[in-house]
Design a protein. Structure first.
Length: 83
């Protein structure tokens, strides 16, 4: 099973519960993952497992993110100096 984070980004951000990725490029936090994994799957599921593609998709769909994800995603972008 793949879990998506916000970078949510999870920021959007990704992490794998199976350990398939050697490294989480964006170091998605548990809070980001919890807030945004459903949005990432719903909006950007076709972008997996490319973390950069998921991030780009989440940014493109920022206005469609749920109220629980959007502020977490945006804060994650700022924290990482991406936006």
């Amino acid at each position: 099973m793949v879990k998506i984070g916000s970078a949510c980004l999870a920021l959007a951000v990704l992490a794998s519960s199976t350990g398939a990725w050697a490294q989480d490029k964006y170091q998605v936090t548990d809070a980001e993952r919890a807030a945004c994994q459903d949005d990432a799957i719903r909006l950007c599921g076709s972008a997996y497992p490319d973390q950069d593609a998921v991030l780009a998709c989440m940014k493109t769909n920022e206005k469609r993110l749920t109220p629980g994800c959007r502020p977490v995603f945006i804060a994650g972008l700022h924290r990482r100096g991406i936006q």
